[in-house]
Design a protein around this ligand. Structure first.
Ligand code: PAF
Length: 287
């Protein structure tokens, strides 16, 4: 397995592989790899000849210095996990290599970035889209696989790839969950044992919302069903629950006005446990 630390070295390898006729699959990550990332790597391997994984904790997308500083960085374990997963190349640049002195350009998402996570995390999506554009430019993949846990991110990057004619197939992989339903996340390791036990209310709240949606057209009632579950847990602090159109991400208030079909409508939640913020989402009308 090759390891590259500069965009130029990554590009040179990628150009050689493409010239040799190889299709490149890409999984961008911020490291602290878990089974969810492994599922993305395996998915990419089915869609390409060679898989590249990037490991870069992107300072541009963090709102709080403490979150950036506290983000886990087990680089040796991550590299070993990539080798074990059959990854062809790891791209692990330094911040100086990605953002050298004089760097100033930003890629700005459109209205998809203005809802849900957007207002709650100012500048976050601009940071994500900017780094993903740079990662795409370095790796030059044919296909890139992202987790659906960050559903809004997935939609924004899909839109960016289309809008900027990048000729990259952006694929969303279903959320990978622990046996109790908690979505796998690199942030889960920062939960204390009692917070980790309490965090099960997040998937349980989405379950309650999906059950409520069977018998009501009111999004308010659906959101309320989820809210009640989260508010019953003293260690949980709810930031938002919202029902939204799965394509344009606009909020839906009247479920009677939309098609009740799989893939049309999603519900998402953001919940704090101490200083750890977890997000999750589900298809409201999943089969
Ligand atoms: O989802 C993530 O891990 C990050 O937002 C990404 C896409 C690797 C960009 O830093």
């Amino acid at each position: 397995m090759e390891i590259f630390t500069t965009p130029a070295a990554m590009q040179a390898w990628s150009s050689r592989q493409r010239a040799a006729g190889h299709r490149i699959g890409f999984v961008p990550t911020m490291g602290a790899l878990h089974d969810g990332h492994r599922a993305l790597i395996d998915d990419a391997a089915l869609r390409a000849d060679l898989v590249v994984v990037s490991i870069f904790v992107n300072p541009l997308q963090f709102n709080e210095a403490a979150d950036f500083d506290g983000y886990p960085r087990p680089i040796d374990d991550d590299v070993a996990a990539c080798a074990q997963a059959g990854v062809a190349a790891v791209f692990a640049p330094t911040a100086a290599a990605m953002y050298p002195p004089g760097f100033q350009t930003r890629v700005v998402p459109g209205p998809l970035g203005d809802v849900m996570e957007g207002p709650n995390r100012p500048g976050h999506f601009e940071g994500v889209v900017t780094v993903v554009a740079k990662l795409f430019a370095a790796v030059r993949p044919d296909v890139a696989v992202f987790g659906q846990k960050d559903y809004q991110q997935l939609r924004i990057i899909t839109q960016m790839a289309a809008d900027l004619d990048l000729s990259i197939d952006v694929v969303g992989h279903p959320i990978v969950r622990d046996p109790d339903g908690l979505a796998k996340s690199s942030r889960n390791v920062r939960l204390s044992p009692s917070q980790r036990a309490a965090a099960v209310v997040v998937p349980q709240a989405l379950d309650a919302a999906i059950a409520a949606a069977v018998t009501t057209d009111s999004s308010y009632d659906v959101v309320r069903a989820a809210t009640v579950v989260i508010e019953a847990e003293p260690l949980a602090s709810l930031e938002y629950v919202t029902v939204f159109d799965a394509t344009d991400l606009t909020e839906i208030t009247d479920l009677g006005a939309v098609e009740r079909s799989p893939g049309a409508v999603r519900i998402a939640a953001a919940v704090w446990f101490g200083d750890v913020r977890l997000i999750d989402n589900r298809d409201l009308f999943e089969p």
